[in-house]
Design a protein around this ligand. Structure first.
Ligand SMILES: [Zn+2]
Length: 308
């Protein structure tokens, strides 16, 4: 996706830099609502499709729902959270239960906007500018593992900063304005460096081990015999690139491809057939597919590995 917890973790960064002005709970709520879309499509059709809610327009409508009635729900959730804490825990983990309208809108719009930006890098079926344009200029500009690493680094940084804000209260005079400005600048430089290192580190395993999707020869019988829901150690994954090369050489029409590869896993797209490859990434959070595209008359167009 990057799966929803990664989106929500990235929200800690916004919360850490503007604690009173951004509601993290509304941020999280909006992200969960947006990702109900591919989850429901997956449950009903086998295809985790990203449609209207994964566009700036659709996500902004979800953001409005996050403000109303979501803000009231979020406040109720915060009251419930406070009730779970004993007095000692409440000193550290207790929180205000009022969410201002500004904080709700900030959380909702940052949540929906960042969701669409992050997902645009990943999902080839997304149309972020729907209904005005069909293209997506960000696709694959950052690899999926890189996105996950960036989200993790943002969550770690934001979480650490929030913890420090809660535990260390320096009097303003102790720090002094100049020193504080310098510290902020240094902090931002370190933050940008940390995100950059996280992004580059994520492609290291691929550089060291070679492409794990190109490890064994394509074997059509093994491919057909693989259960669709095998998420880990899916035998299709290491033969995915050889399968793409095989299909590109063969140029099978739709009927031939179905005989060769067996029943596809995604059922509702006329232009594609799609086969799950299971989890393969460094963080094992992706769910790749091999998608084969055809013309309406069944002529082969292209075969490609798609990260979800
Ligand atoms: Zn999403």
């Amino acid at each position: 996706m990057p799966v929803t917890p990664f989106h929500i973790g990235a929200g800690l960064l916004f919360k850490a830099y503007a604690p009173a002005r951004v509601s993290w709970v509304v941020f999280a709520l909006v992200n969960i609502l947006i990702d109900l879309e591919p989850i429901l499509w997956y449950l009903f059709t086998g295809d985790p499709a990203h449609r209207q809610l994964h566009s700036y327009l659709g996500a902004t409508i979800v953001a409005a729902l996050g403000v109303w009635p979501g803000r009231r729900l979020a406040e109720a959730w915060l009251r419930w959270w406070n009730r779970q804490l004993n007095p000692a825990q409440a000193r550290w983990l207790g929180t205000g239960t009022q969410i201002s309208l500004v904080a709700a809108w900030a959380g909702a719009l940052l949540g929906s906007g960042s969701h669409i930006v992050l997902d645009s890098f990943m999902h080839p079926d997304m149309q972020p500018y729907w209904p005005w344009a069909a293209d997506n200029g960000l696709l694959r500009k950052i690899p999926v593992d890189g996105l996950h690493a960036i989200c993790l680094a943002a969550a770690a940084w934001g979480g650490l900063r929030l913890a420090l804000l809660g535990w260390i209260k320096l009097p303003a005079s102790f720090v002094g304005n100049k020193l504080r400005d310098a510290a902020r600048l240094a902090e931002i430089i370190v933050l940008v460096t940390a995100l950059w290192v996280a992004a580059s580190f994520s492609i290291l395993p691929q550089l060291l081990d070679g492409d794990p999707r190109d490890a064994v020869a394509f074997d059509a019988a093994v491919w057909r015999g693989t259960a669709a829901q095998q998420w880990r150690g899916n035998p299709r994954a290491p033969m995915a690139r050889p399968a793409v090369r095989h299909l590109e050489a063969l140029h099978p029409n739709r009927a031939t491809a179905l005989v060769l590869l067996g029943t596809p896993d995604a059922r509702d797209r006329p232009a594609y057939i799609s086969y799950h490859l299971g989890f393969l990434g460094w963080l094992a959070m992706d769910a790749d597919t091999l998608d084969i595209e055809f013309q309406p008359d069944g002529t082969f167009v292209a075969a490609r590995i798609v990260q979800h």
